[in-house]
Design a protein around this ligand. Structure first.
Ligand SMILES: C[S@@+](CC[C@H](N)C(=O)[O-])C[C@H]1O[C@@H](n2cnc3c(N)ncnc32)[C@H](O)[C@@H]1O
Length: 270
């Protein structure tokens, strides 16, 4: 059995569950993007950096038995969960354990490729986009969700420790070869690899503690503090200070939050 290959966010049980919650919260926006791109019954779709397969399962349901979904992912922990989910739900999804920076995508002829929050963690987005473009059919379409302005993540009223937290997150991704605001580079990379942008929209939300979406940033802070502490990047005292500021925000009836801005891109192979 291969050694687990994790990354800056980790691939443990808590992070896996957080990805599940995150997908449930984002699901309506994702479905809208997929529909706009044209994913439908009979489509052949590649899920790039599929993680534990929460979006993969939705894709398999949409494309049905006439279509097909292929998932590629580097973490064996996540792939084991993805395979379990597909078995329980009786979806026939081919899945491959691979590193997008080193390995080739083993299947091709895709009508669509879906990729969310993966490009921000790889050291060469251009290599990744080249591989995805090569795996597409003529007129195949990509749908990407990536951050375009991570620092748009703000608390109202401001919190010093929350702002330090977002700085730490961005720093940790950059120091491990990623780029949080990778969406800023995607339109040029698409053009360089023969993909023409057909639609794009920013996804940013102003939320309150009572909103379902509130659990998305809050669970990220909770789990990422543990992860950054485990990696020796921050002190216990600093984590406590961040948690205290979040607790104050949770209990303040006037709190509002702007979420880190995600950009949706739909682009078609020429
Ligand atoms: C934040 S998760 C997103 C998972 C999934 N796309 C989603 O939206 O739920 C990032 C995923 O990218 C995967 N990943 C990171 N670098 C990778 C690489 N070089 N090759 C393949 N997968 C990679 C991680 O293992 C992780 O599953």
């Amino acid at each position: 059995m291969k050694k687990e290959r994790d990354y800056i966010l980790g691939t443990n049980k808590e992070e896996l569950e957080r990805l599940g919650l995150q997908h449930s919260i984002w699901r309506p926006h994702v479905l809208e993007g997929w529909q706009k791109a044209g994913i439908t019954s009979g489509s052949r779709v590649l899920d790039v950096g599929a993680g534990p397969g929460f979006a993969t399962a939705d894709l398999a349901e949409i494309v049905g038995e006439q279509g097909s979904v292929v998932a590629v992912e580097r973490s064996s922990n996540y792939l084991a969960y993805l395979r379990y989910q597909m078995e329980v739900r009786n979806f026939k999804v081919n899945s491959y354990e691979l590193d997008l920076m080193e390995d080739e995508i083993p299947e091709d002829n895709f009508d669509f490729a879906w990729c969310r929050w993966v490009t921000c963690f790889v050291h060469s987005p251009t290599v990744m986009i080249q591989k995805i473009a090569n795996a597409l059919n003529e007129f195949g379409t990509v749908i990407f969700h990536e951050y375009s302005c991570y620092k748009s993540w703000r608390l109202f009223p401001r919190s010093q420790y929350h702002e330090e937290f977002t700085d730490q997150v961005m720093k940790s991704w950059r120091e491990t070869g990623g780029e949080p605001d990778i969406a800023l580079e995607l339109p040029s990379l698409f053009a360089e690899h023969g993909l023409q942008l057909t639609a794009t929209r920013p996804l940013v939300f102003a939320i309150r503690p009572s909103d379902y979406m509130w659990q998305w940033p809050i669970s990220f802070i909770d789990i990422n503090l543990d992860r950054m502490f485990e990696l020796g990047r921050v002190t216990e005292e600093w984590c406590t200070n961040v948690r205290n500021d979040i607790e104050i925000a949770n209990n303040n009836p006037n709190t509002m939050m702007l979420t880190p801005m995600v950009q949706e891109f739909i682009a078609q192979k020429l």
